[in-house]
Design a protein around this ligand. Structure first.
Ligand code: SF4
Length: 392
């Protein structure tokens, strides 16, 4: 049973660069699922959580379109919200204040009479998470805790380690920086679901005005999709978005787990889609996968035994990235082992690279071990290149 209404609206946006056109689409998207007035009470403090991961403009597809964010902000004010706060904690290693400045968020917030909070600098409080499996206790920021309503506004993107990043994954931006680092160690897919149990927003509006395909979540190719999706069931919104992008549920571990653990609905037969039909808006996104023949020619062997989509995605995108950079040569003759039942193949296997915590106990005298669950593509390269190398 799902506590949230698995109804997802899909609307087209006539001009993603025009504030009034975007606002009209936001009104349509929210009215189709019951209207913002069903969520906002006069006097509320509303927190908006966009995806401002980096300084890249929304036209690249890497960050949420500010027209969407401020259209939502304006509508919340019209419903009587006393305070609207745009809150974000950008990616690790990125200065969130610089991101706000580069994207012009502070000036737009001033024009729309909103507050802006850098969540990295916020005050954090430990909260218990009884439904969490890997995280039972986690720090959450004061701005989030003190908000009456949270509206999540992710951008529709591919992701190098998770296949896609949408509503659920966008919540990771609210947590403490040191917990962000720990998420990979704790098991990224399950911890995203655990966080969802504690921090589920009242509404998710997925910004597909300009989406991102290929090498997401930052340096892929922009897709002028011109869509907005809205739902009070974040998992259902994610499920519909990934269907538009051409991904199967089995390819996105954390959304699959979210459905299995009752966080929301992933069954398309149970999700009520309103507005545009799913068939009319499908647009397969470019994947991060390499022609197997290229690997064969370079004598690179992949030994994947019962690998989750996390490891499959991370390793595919790592190899694809190396190929694009012209540095795949460093893996010539190597065997990459990963998956939940790893083993060392018989015969000549060259240098062995064990990837992911599942391979930690594979006995071998030499080679490289890359931790993580799944290992992050960037970390794989650090280990393979000798930075942070752990000899087995
Ligand atoms: S390390 Fe193991 S559990 Fe984690 S994603 Fe890879 S195969 Fe799955």
């Amino acid at each position: 049973m799902h506590l949230r209404d698995p109804k997802v609206s899909i609307v087209r946006c006539a001009d993603q660069h025009q504030f009034d056109a975007v606002k009209e689409s936001v009104i349509q998207a929210t009215e189709l699922i019951g209207g913002l007035e069903s969520l906002i009470t006069p006097g509320d403090h509303v927190m908006l959580k966009p995806n401002f991961i980096c300084e890249a403009d929304y036209k690249t597809g890497a960050t949420t379109n500010p027209n969407v964010v401020f259209a939502v902000a304006e509508l919340c004010k019209e419903m009587g919200a006393k305070k609207v706060t745009i809150a974000e904690g950008s990616a690790i290693g990125t200065d969130t204040d610089k991101v706000f400045d580069a994207l012009g968020i502070r000036e737009l917030a001033r024009q729309h009479q909103c507050d802006v909070v850098n969540l990295i600098k916020d005050e954090f409080t430990y909260c218990m998470n009884p439904l969490g499996r890997n995280i039972k206790r986690i720090r959450l920021p004061r701005t989030f805790i003190e908000s009456n309503v949270v509206i999540n506004i992710p951008v529709m993107k591919t992701h190098d380690a998770l296949a896609v990043t949408l509503g659920l994954k966008n919540l990771k931006g609210i947590i403490h920086q040191s917990d962000k680092k720990r998420f990979h160690k704790w098991g990224l897919s399950q911890t995203i679901v655990d966080l969802g149990h504690l921090a589920m927003p009242e509404l998710t509006i997925i910004d597909g005005t300009i989406a991102l395909e290929g090498m997401g979540p930052v340096v892929g190719k922009a897709v002028n999709l011109g869509l907005l999706l809205a739902s009070t069931d974040t998992v259902a919104a994610d499920r519909v978005a990934m269907e538009i992008m051409g991904f199967e549920l089995s390819e996105v571990e954390y959304i699959k787990l979210a459905g299995e653990q009752g966080l929301g609905c992933t069954d398309l037969a149970q999700i009520k889609i309103v507005g545009q039909s799913l068939e009319s808006v499908k647009r397969p996104f470019e994947r991060l996968s390499l022609d197997p023949q290229i690997l064969e020619e370079m004598d690179i062997r992949l030994v994947a035994c019962d690998a989750c989509s996390g490891c499959n995605n991370a390793i595919s995108s790592y190899l694809y990235d190396q190929y694009l950079k012209g540095t795949l040569e460093k893996l010539r003759g190597c065997t990459l082992i990963y998956g939940q039942n790893p083993y060392i193949p018989e015969g000549n296997h060259g240098k062995i690279i064990r990837l992911g915590v599942c391979t930690r106990n594979v006995k071998m005298e030499q080679g490289i071990y890359v931790p993580g669950c799944p290992p992050h593509p960037m970390h794989i390269d650090d280990f393979v290149s000798g930075k942070g190398l752990e000899r087995a």
